[in-house]
Ligand binder design. Structure first.
Ligand code: G6P
Length: 369
């Protein structure tokens, strides 16, 4: 096992560092830049049926649900279809309104999560078209779905998912483009421009990994906290939820991810000097809204660590501490912003002496309810 971890003390850290390569492999297993084109070899019969899709439901659990929430936004924006992400364990016990013009996209790195499989069974009975985004060749979700989009993260051993999340985002981004293409909504220029943006991503991910020192410093400060609030807006809201999930999974610190606009509806009551907030403020379009949220927290004595785009002098001056990430296209900011949160959770957990790869009470794949 030590050999498999190579130079890294834990699988989680190794897998965080494998992201530039995993992202590269996932992008170029589904697309080419020259000529700009998409290749979905495992979509099977689903490929021909995408043109008739009128609505999309995305399902997942845990980290995969957070990926689904971001995928929802990609589908709305690129394909112009109504889309909603749903927790598979809730979906399976409802009577969801579905028909053969609904595309159900299940996101599951293992392809074996019981709630996802049961939700897929509900979707199948309703006649929905199904595609699964999966990291495991031949897994159960790939057998149930009409088509598969494989992520190329390689085996992930850490219970806290890292490279499977960022590669799922890449796969969902490309799948949203593929659906847009099927709906006649994607020009060649737009496809070329999206692929160009994606091509920058591995270098940006590698760049984040080189900024480890700023993250370690924040980790030492946060390791003493009992609770941490993660806030974000837009695409950064699921990133905030994922940052909170990572922290609680591996460090056992209580953490909540919230839509920053919800803050005044409850969480702000918790703010005091011993309650730190991590504000993901990379989402450019909503940056000014995040600035006012940060000011409101600070006015109540709460310390704020900002995850910001490098060169953002205003936020650097405003926040009590910052973690900077390189600029990427706004649609891909979740990938750049989540990597420091993965490292933060890892460093906090190591600082607290936790078993990072095998957190208590957790399983890598939840095959029983
Ligand atoms: C478990 C794992 C998580 C994972 C979730 C869903 O809770 O600890 O890391 O996100 O299951 O797993 P899946 O294989 O369906 O993506």
């Amino acid at each position: 096992v030590t050999a498999l971890k190579g130079q890294y003390p834990h699988f989680m850290l190794k897998e965080i560092h494998e992201q530039p390569e995993a992202i590269t492999d996932t992008i170029w297993s589904l697309a080419t830049l020259d000529p700009p084109a998409l290749y979905f070899d495992d979509l099977g019969s689903a490929g021909d049926r995408l043109a008739a899709v009128e609505r999309v439901v995305l399902l997942g659990m845990g980290t995969s649900l957070h990926a689904a929430m971001i995928g929802q936004r990609y589908i709305e924006a690129f394909a112009g279809l109504p889309a909603a992400a749903d927790n598979a364990s809730e979906f399976r016990y409802r009577d969801p309104v579905l028909d053969d013009r609904t595309l159900v996209i299940s996101v599951s790195q293992s392809g074996e999560t019981v709630d996802v499989l049961e939700a897929m069974a509900v979707a199948r009975r309703a006649g929905a078209l199904q595609v699964t985004v999966c990291n495991t060749e031949g897994a159960q979700t790939t057998r149930v779905a009409d088509g598969t989009v494989y992520t190329r993260a390689g085996l992930e051993r850490g219970v806290a998912s890292t490279k499977c999340f960022t590669t799922a985002l890449v796969a969902l981004y490309l799948l949203a483009l593929r659906i847009a293409q099927a709906k006649g909504r994607l020009s060649e220029e737009a496809l070329a421009s999206h692929l160009h943006d994606l091509a920058q991503l591995p270098r940006a991910a590698a760049d984040v990994l080189r900024r480890r020192d700023q993250i370690r410093k924040r980790a030492v400060a946060l390791a003493a906290a009992q609770h941490v609030l993660f806030l974000g807006r837009g695409l950064a809201f699921p990133v905030a939820m994922e940052g909170a999930l990572k922290l609680k999974e591996v460090s056992y610190i209580h953490a909540e991810g919230y839509a920053a606009g919800e803050m005044k509806h409850g969480p702000i009551a918790l703010i005091e000097p011993t309650f730190p907030t991590v504000a993901i403020a990379t989402q450019h379009a909503l940056r000014s809204k995040m600035i006012s949220n940060i000011e409101q927290i600070q006015a109540r004595g709460g310390p704020v660590t900002g995850v910001i785009t490098e060169g953002d002098a205003e936020l650097t001056a405003l926040c009590d501490a910052v973690i900077t990430v390189p600029a990427v296209s706004s649609w891909l900011e979740p990938v750049a912003a989540v990597i420091p949160l993965q490292l933060l959770a890892y460093d906090v957990a190591v600082h607290r002496g936790c078993d990072v790869d095998q957190p208590r009470n957790l399983a890598k794949t939840v095959t029983v309810e």
